[in-house]
Structure formats: structure tokens, C-alpha cells
Ligand binder design. Structure first.
Ligand code: FES
Ligand SMILES: [Fe+2]
Length: 406
């Protein structure tokens, strides 16, 4: 699990007038909507005796969440503003502060920045131009996996599995014909173009969906990964003017659970009457994937390529692994799970927030200890070996038209 990235913490519509508890990167969070309508996000733990803030309420002025234990009030910056037991004239010391995380609402989702980077250093929230565009019909969906988020992302951008796992996307017999046409790779995102030959579609009133495309008709599929939000976006060009865009934000709730906040957009058949069928097909695809991903071994995405083998059709997935490894080995952003577990039940650990960083720079103390992270590697040998193999995969292909950008 990686800190210093934006993640989706909840749907916007879930956070109304009461505090809402959620979890990201194994850390409990409380979300509340203040008087201005802005969502605030704090570590869900009271400084006093560890009360769960989400079990409380929003105060009358609607600028603080109130701890249900002794009524301490915290504003959106995590500052304790009121301690009822101490009387009106009591001045709360500035040190009485919990971690508060930056929040942005986009696409009906609440995005939370789980880290302490200053604003200008944060990778941006991925774009979703189809959201709110009347040319597209959007459907939200949600799915929870018993799997690590990185495994979920890798599955989402892996086109070769489609012929075997998803009957709607491919035949095993056409697997050799599918190919990656283009790979574009950046620091925090990558995109590829794939050519596939899927079956004719089924269903619809009087079977109308079969008219969308012919059997085994050449179809372009563009998967994309983004490190912020662990987003997978897939664009499928069914026929000219007929496209589907799937946007999945894969939130690591903890290292065993991934909550996918999804939108599916279509540029055709935009009437509501077609939503039910679309939603059902989307959930079927997620269930087909989950059966495979939840049973994969090892549980976590391998740290190197040493104990598995890769082939040309894995090259786009490898660009994601590589970019993720860089965050781990060069930036030191991976939570040290073993160390964290050694404190379990005894010490509160929170993902560092921007205010904590400022406090540290000003020589001020912070009450809660920081979530431990694995330090950057001084001699990233594994990363180098990995890079060599990935570069081999991404450059050594006969039928591809590469544009690798670093
Ligand atoms: S534990 Fe929160 S006010 Fe005492
Ligand atoms: Fe899949």
C-alpha cells in the first residue's frame, strides 16, 4: 500500500449531515460535510482517549466533528477547537491536532490525498471528461475484492486474459490474433492500444445487441493505468461513434481488500431503459475477474520478476509494475506492513498529513506516530534488473508501434 497518492474514500452522496467512517490504506478515516458544503477528512481517532470520531456528530455551527466520548470538537484542519470539560475560557493548545487530509470531490466521488506532499508535488487526480457530458450516458457501480489493489489494477489492464476469462470479450481461439499496437508510458500513467477480435454481442430486445458489431470484427481497446487512485480506464471502440469507457478507482481499503468505485460510460443507446442490462454486464465482468484474481498466488504482486516469467503480451502490465516499484524503491512510499503490525492494538499510527509535515518543519510535536514506510533503496539493484526486463519487453516486439515516453 502506497502513501502520497489520491484515493477515492467514498461516494459524494454518502456524506450528508452525519460523519461517515471509511478506511483507506488500512487507516480509519472520518468524513464530514461542513457548513460550506465542503467535505473534510480526518484520522478517525480522538487525541484524548482514542474515541472514534465517526461515532459522533457534526456540531451546531457545522464546522467541527464532535467526539462522542467527552465531546471534544475538531475542525476540518484537524485542530481541536473545543474541550467542554475545561470551560469556555480554556485555550486549546495548538499541539492538540489530528491528521487532516486534503479532499477533492470529483465525478461524484470523494478523493482524499493520503500523504504529506505539498500540493504542487502531488500527481493529479485522473481526468474523466465523460462525466457530466450529455454525449455520454454514465452508470456508477461498486465492487469489493478480497485482493490487493495492485493485483486488481494489473488484471484491469491485462488484455490477454480477456479471451479466457470474459466470454463477451474474446474467444480462446482468437487469442493468438490479438496484439498490442502501441504502448505509451509516463511517470504516473500509461496507456496502450490493443487490437482484438471479440465475439458478436448477445442480448437486448429481440437480440438487437448483435447488430453492434460482427463476429470477430477487429476492435480497438485502450487500457490505461494511473497511479493516483490506482485507476484503470478502458476505452473500447465498438464501431465508429460507438464507444464504452470504463473508469475504475481501485481503493486499497487495507492490504486484503480493494473497493472499486466505478463509472461506465457509453456513447450510444443512452436511454435509461438500457442501464439495467449495462450494469448487469459490468458486474458480471467484475465477478469473472474476481474469481481469478482472488485465487492468484502469491497474494501480493511480486516485488521482482525473478520468480515468474513474462512474455510480450505482458509488456503493458509491466509498465505499471515498474512505475509502482519506483514509488517504492526510489521514493520510499510503501507502508511497512510488518513494522506497522508490530504496533497493532498498542499504538495509534497515522499516515502523515501535510499539517504534520509543516509542524515537523517548524519543530513542533505531533501526538500520533507516523505510519512506518519502507525506506528508499540506496542501490536499487532489483529495480534495475526489473527495468532491464521491462525495457526488453517493451522494445523487443516485432509488430508494435512503440512510443515510450519517460
Ligand atoms: S476520547 Fe474523544 S473526547 Fe475523550
Ligand atoms: Fe478482466
Amino acid at each position: 500500500m502506497i502513501i502520497n497518492l489520491w484515493y477515492v474514500a467514498e461516494w459524494s452522496e454518502t456524506v450528508k449531515d452525519k460523519p461517515v467512517k471509511t478506511k483507506v490504506l488500512g487507516q480509519d478515516l472520518v468524513l464530514f460535510r461542513d457548513l460550506t458544503g465542503k467535505v473534510q477528512c480526518l484520522a478517525n481517532v480522538c487525541l484524548h482517549r482514542g474515541g472514534s470520531l465517526a461515532g459522533g456528530w457534526v456540531n451546531e455551527k457545522r464546522d467541527c466533528v464532535v467526539c462522542p466520548y467527552h465531546g471534544w470538537e475538531y475542525d476540518g484542519k484537524g485542530k481541536c477547537q473545543k474541550i467542554p470539560s475545561e470551560g469556555k475560557d480554556f485555550t486549546v493548545p495548538p499541539r492538540f491536532r489530528v491528521d487532516a487530509y486534503p479532499v477533492e470531490e470529483r465525478y461524484g466521488m470523494i478523493w482524499v490525498f493520503m500523504g504529506d506532499l505539498p500540493e504542487e508535488e502531488r500527481y493529479p487526480i485522473p481526468d474523466l471528461p465523460q462525466y457530466g457530458d450529455p454525449e455520454w450516458r454514465g452508470l456508477p457501480a461498486e465492487y469489493t475484492w478480497n485482493a490487493e489493489a495492485a493485483r486488481v489494477v494489473e488484471n484491469g489492464i491485462d488484455i490477454a486474459h480477456a479471451s479466457f476469462v470474459h466470454p463477451v470479450f474474446g474467444y480462446p481461439s482468437t487469442a493468438p490474433d490479438n496484439y498490442i499496437d502501441n504502448v505509451e508510458k509516463h511517470e504516473w500513467w500509461g496507456r496502450s492500444t490493443n487490437v482484438m477480435f471479440p465475439p458478436q454481442l448477445k442480448g437486448g430486445f429481440l437480440g438487437w445487441r448483435k447488430l453492434i458489431r460482427k463476429d470477430k470484427q477487429e476492435t480497438r481497446v485502450h487500457p490505461e493505468w494511473q497511479l493516483p487512485g490506482m485507476v484503470v480506464r478502458i476505452q473500447i471502440d465498438l464501431r465508429p461513434g460507438w464507444q464504452i469507457v470504463m473508469f475504475d478507482a481501485n481503493t486499497p481499503v487495507d492490504e486484503h481488500t480493494t473497493r472499486t468505485f466505478a463509472w461506465q460510460f457509453r456513447s450510444f443507446m443512452k436511454f435509461k431503459i438500457f442501464d439495467k442490462g449495462s450494469h448487469k454486464r459490468l458486474v458480471t465482468i467484475l465477478e469473472e475477474d474476481a474469481r481469478i484474481v482472488e485465487a492468484a498466488n502469491p497474494y501480493y504482486l511480486p516485488e521482482t520478476l525473478a520468480n515468474e516469467v513474462s512474455v510480450k503480451s505482458d509488456k503493458f502490465m509491466s509498465t505499471f509494475r515498474m512505475a509502482r516499484r519506483k514509488l517504492i524503491e526510489e521514493k520510499g512510499w510503501h507502508i511497512d506492513l510488518d513494522k506497522r503490525d508490530s504496533f497493532k492494538g498498542r499504538t495509534v499510527l497515522t499516515v502523515p498529513s501535510p499539517a504534520r509535515r509543516e509542524a515537523r518543519e517548524n519543530g513542533q510535536k505531533w501526538v500520533f506516530d507516523a505510519m512506518p514506510t519502507i525506506p528508499p533503496v540506496k542501490e536499487p539493484q532489483a529495480l534495475k534488473a526489473f527495468e532491464k526486463e521491462v525495457v526488453g519487453l517493451t522494445t523487443d516486439s516485432a509488430n508494435s508501434n512503440e512510443s515510450i515516453v519517460d
